[in-house]
Design a protein around this ligand. Structure first.
Ligand code: ADP
Length: 441
């Protein structure tokens, strides 16, 4: 710059001196003036070119000057490149940050000072039925048309969350969302959404379960305490006393079965998956099931004063199952005892094992009343009963099929039920080939 100034003064001095010789003082003034005029015009022209070069897309090209102009151009170029690099780093950081929020299982919405949507992740969009592009800068309350949400939004204190219906709700399935506002920055806020459908369903199931268990225990307890009172207050003969004691024993058996099944369920839920080390012989398993089944049918026949069932146990293949013996016994005998309990006395019940391409099957086919199709999907739910009184009369707890299904899941297999009302039912346990071994010697 110093040299440019010097250059300009020299030029003005030279032109002034030449003017002095040619025309005296006026000549010197005019000479210096024209020299300065030409110099500043050239300077202006160069500045215009520099400006054009800077704003042209071809900034990356070599500056077409030498000297100080080239230096200026190169410095500007370097600064711009530095800025671009910084901007790229910030852009990358922002993208990473947004990707991290995008990956969150919860919904995240950034709202500006006027509660307009600045950005939202896909989860929030799905939860609330938003479109990140279309709804950009739309007021959130205009889009989430839920009165609970509007009330929550309007209140001053957002320390706790609100529960609203999610976009995926249908007539059959309600999607429950927890939403909470968090203030940040200057007047901005973060709206977080969380799908709590599964949690609240689990909560409801737990409440139902506790209510069911209490109900199942309260009924026999009430009966028992009634009998105790009777025995205490009314003098009864030996026969009558015996009769009452038998009724009391039946009620305590009922409670005991319930406790046994509940313990079994909790053990199934809390324990590790059955190992593949324990080998359970089908022959030994079926020996126990056959003996118990026959005894149970006789007990039913005695009670109902009718003939025993025609229990047909087919020959058992020489195979072993890899799994927990007590669980397998429980799954298999639940099906056999159910068939006996729900099939009229004297009727036929066929029990057999079959090797199929799907795996090894245990099949119990009865000639009982059958089950209507609408009950089939819910049959293995805890305490779900089609014939409540028959279940109670025959000592049912409402947990047998739930236990069986659970055991099958733990062994990688499944419980299948086929039934037509009036034509009996077929219950199948399907074990995967990986749990079946032929002869272990
Ligand atoms: P429960 O102890 O009541 O028998 P389960 O879980 O074993 O409970 O069975 C659930 C319900 O399924 C029973 O209450 C009964 O209504 C129905 N059920 C089970 N097995 C049969 C069957 N073989 N025939 C008809 N209904 C059955």
């Amino acid at each position: 710059m110093f040299f440019s100034l010097l250059e300009m003064l020299l030029l003005a001095g030279l032109a002034g001196t030449t003017g002095w010789f040619l025309g005296g003082a006026l000549g010197a003034f005019l000479g210096a003036f024209f020299a300065l005029f030409i110099y500043s015009s050239t300077l202006q022209w160069k500045l215009d070119r520099l400006e054009q070069w800077l704003s042209a897309p071809g900034l990356r090209q070599d500056p077409p000057w030498q000297g100080v102009w080239r230096e200026i151009a190169e410095r500007v170029q370097r600064l711009l490149r530095q800025q671009e690099r910084l901007a790229a780093v910030h852009q990358k950081q922002l993208q990473d940050f947004l990707q991290a929020i995008q990956a969150s299982p919860n919904g995240v919405i950034l709202l500006d000072e006027q509660a307009r949507i600045e950005w939202c992740n896909d989860t929030a969009a799905a939860h609330l039925g938003l479109d990140a592009k279309r709804d950009h800068l739309q007021h959130i309350v205009h889009l989430v048309r839920d009165p609970v949400f509007a009330r929550y939004f309007a209140q001053d204190n957002h320390a706790s969350e609100a529960v609203i219906a999610g976009r995926a709700s249908s007539a059959l399935n309600l999607q429950k969302l927890s939403v909470q506002l968090h203030a940040y920055g200057e007047g901005r806020s973060l709206l977080l959404t969380r799908d709590i459908t599964a949690v609240s369903q689990a909560d409801a199931m737990r409440r139902d379960f506790v209510a069911n268990v209490s109900h199942e225990i309260r009924t026999p307890l009430t009966v028992l305490s009634g009998f105790v009172e009777t025995l205490q207050s009314i003098p009864l003969g030996a026969d009558e006393t015996q009769h009452y004691l038998q009724l009391m024993s039946a009620q305590s058996d009922r409670m005991q079965s319930l406790v046994v099944d509940l313990l079994m369920l909790s053990q199934l839920e809390g324990s590790q998956l059955p190992s593949t080390q324990e080998k359970v012989s089908l022959a030994a398993l079926m020996l126990q099931v056959t003996t118990e089944g026959q005894a149970f049918s006789e007990w039913m026949a005695n009670k109902g004063e009718g003939p025993v069932h025609q229990l047909e146990f087919a020959s058992v293949p020489d195979l072993y199952l890899l799994g927990a013996r007590s669980e397998l016994l429980s799954a298999v005998s639940n099906l056999v005892s159910n068939a006996i309990r729900y099939t009229p006395l004297g009727e036929r019940i066929q029990i057999h094992w079959s090797s199929t391409p799907e795996g090894l099957m245990f099949i119990v086919k009865d000639s009982g009343p059958g089950i209507a199709a609408e009950h089939l999907p819910r049959l293995a739910e805890r305490f779900y009963r089609v014939d409540r009184s028959r279940s109670r009369e025959t000592g049912g707890t409402g947990l047998g099929l739930a236990i069986t299904k659970h055991v099958m899941q733990r062994h990688g297999g499944e419980l299948r039920i086929e039934s037509v009302v009036g034509q009996g039912s077929t219950f199948k346990l399907v074990f995967p080939q990986s749990r079946v071994v032929v002869d272990l010697g």
